[in-house]
Ligand binder design. Structure first.
Ligand SMILES: [Zn+2]
Length: 132
């Protein structure tokens, strides 16, 4: 079976940012904010090409969330009232911010993961992942 031509990387980045199907760039990846659809409603490309497919996206999300949270913490250090608050309050505030950052970046981490993987190894709609 001939391999599919590789789409341009800029297209993969656009579909990742828009959280749409990496194949047709029209179908949504998510139903709601965090619920990933099983396949593209437009072209039927599977979004779950293999078991454990999104573990790497979870690592990516964790790293991005830790970096963003660290930048937010460093930016908040000059705020005198926050740095003078009791340690319990600071922990509650920063854990809450970390969870919110993680949840807000999750869909983009998943979208980036499938878009870059599709760019690296495109697979046909309705068939299994070529490496799966
Ligand atoms: Zn599609």
């Amino acid at each position: 079976m001939p391999r599919r031509p590789k789409p341009p990387f800029a297209r993969a980045l656009r579909t990742a940012r828009a959280c749409v199907c990496p194949n047709c760039a029209q179908g949504p990846l998510f139903a709601g904010w965090l619920k990933l659809l099983p396949a593209c409603p437009v072209c039927r490309l599977t979004y779950y090409p293999e078991s454990g497919y999104y573990v790497g996206a979870m690592y990516l999300n964790f790293i991005a969330s830790a970096l963003v949270s660290a930048v937010l913490y460093a930016a908040a250090l000059p705020i005198h009232r926050l740095s003078q608050a009791p340690i319990t309050t600071q922990i509650i505030v920063w854990v809450s911010i970390g969870i919110l950052v993680c949840l807000s970046l999750m869909r983009f981490a998943y979208s980036f993961w499938i878009s870059v993987d599709f760019w690296l190894t495109p697979w046909e709609p309705g068939v299994e992942h070529p490496l799966g």
